[in-house]
Design a protein around this ligand. Sequence first.
Ligand code: HEC
Length: 150
Amino acid sequence: MARLPWVLFLIMSLIATALAYKFIFSGKTEVAPDGRTTILLEDSEQTFFLNEMRNFLIAVQQITDGIEKDDMQQIALAARKVGSADLGHVPAGLTGKLPLATKKMGLATHKAFDQMAMDAESLGDKEHSLSQLNKILSTCTACHALYRIR
Ligand code: HEC
């Protein structure tokens, strides 16, 4: 008789682990026909996600323009717009649906833009900004190669 609570405890622990795995590591996903992982989102979350992405691309364009014109203020301003302050607006449900790897890459990208903004102001070295942008772009392409949304 005394065994029953232990069995229940074990089953509950397994369920908790499975749920933790689902929400923290895998997110809400399925395999896409092209082999990438599809992240399954609600329409409003998709709209938010893609809007964030286009903002990333706007920042990349503004930063490249700033580098060409040697305008460190423009670089700092554009990078800061997509820095981690931007994360405050993420809809609550979205985070649970994103696989851990994408959250890490997303966070790393926002933080790298923070660093770029600070360095642009403190160092005033556009070659340094260019090299930071180059690194950021490799995270953009790495994530795009692995994930899509639907
Ligand atoms: C954490 C993963 C991830 C990172 C990092 C990331 N993206 Fe994306 N991006 C995606 C996904 C997923 C899509 C949707 C692609 C699809 O469904 O085919 C997307 C779509 C886009 C789109 C299309 C937007 C639209 O309206 O259709 C643009 C532009 C874009 N990303 C730019 C960028 C840029 C620039 C960066 C880097 C500064 C970046 N992304 C970083 C995952 C990421």
